[in-house]
Write a protein that binds this ligand. Sequence first.
Ligand code: COA
Length: 323
Amino acid sequence: MIAARITATGAYVPERKVTNDDLARVMDTSDEWIRSRTGIGSRHVAVGESTSHMAVKAAADVLSRSGCRAEDIQFIIVATGTPDHLFPNMACLVQEGIGASHAFCFDLNAACSGFLYSLSVAKGYIESGMYERGMVIGAETISKVVDWKERSTCVLFGDGAGAVIIEKGGRGIGSMVMGADGKGGEVLRCSSSSILCHDEESRRKIDYLHMDGQEVFRFAARQVPAVIEAVLEKEGLEPDQIGHYILHQANERIIASVARKMKEPMEKFPVNLDRYGNTSSASIPILLHELHQTGALKNGEKLILAGFGAGLTWGAAMVEWNI
Ligand code: COA
């Protein structure tokens, strides 16, 4: 059988860093509250930068670190819930931005699970023999859809983009399990899109992101271990055979709860949400990129990637690291 493999990683975050103390100067919150409830210390916020702009930067970054030329890329999938506009899609803007003239391009919205959903599509294209090489990007400007006067949500999120190249050949992306529960749609939703947020006047009218934080917490603490166990069972692996668990970076307490349920040490669950907050579909590829850059991932090591988010949606993959 043809296998699909991640062969390069890249990322981009906007320059503007906003710390918890910065937020505490403009709203009734504190570094202590945010850190103790979430683990977040700061986040990057796009100022004058759009989702497509960040997606292009992450795409250029991954390309420069890969052995591929832009024209070798056959498809581009951008996972995003915060596109700049309805069409053209963000992936077409990436194609234009990096000169990937032979790629077909589309966006995929599965909220914070978007990167894993997109990875599963890319894996399917390659394993079926339809295509040999593609790019998957997670890119978000969540800062445009949160109400900056609503302290219970705005402190949690950040902007950024992460990208991977997926190619045919070698051991790589193993079993994946995806799921959704549309009944849970109300617990995390945003009726208006970032498209409507161009100016102050329209921002006043938009329906910002709403979240029942405790319900989302319970959902993630229950569903993430279940989907990871489903992947491990498909692979015939025990939890201790996994080198690192790369989870969607929403809340350190959720990650710790998953670690406890898996009876695995927290050291195997890398965290970077202290510096980026929850970047939705970008969080897993940004974390993967950082871990790869620092040499934390060893070739041949087995990883679990797992995400969850609005929809409700979730997904997990076993990835054998082999760059
Ligand atoms: N700063 C200070 N106080 C805040 C605050 C902030 N930023 N946000 C909320 N509070 C207050 C609330 O008003 C409430 O005050 P009250 O008791 O006087 O009414 C108190 O803190 C507790 O609020 P609560 O919502 O019960 O806190 P919590 O312990 O459930 O933590 C979350 C809130 C959002 C951090 C937590 O529920 C969570 O992380 N959920 C998961 C969210 C998530 O991961 N979403 C993304 C999924 S992809």
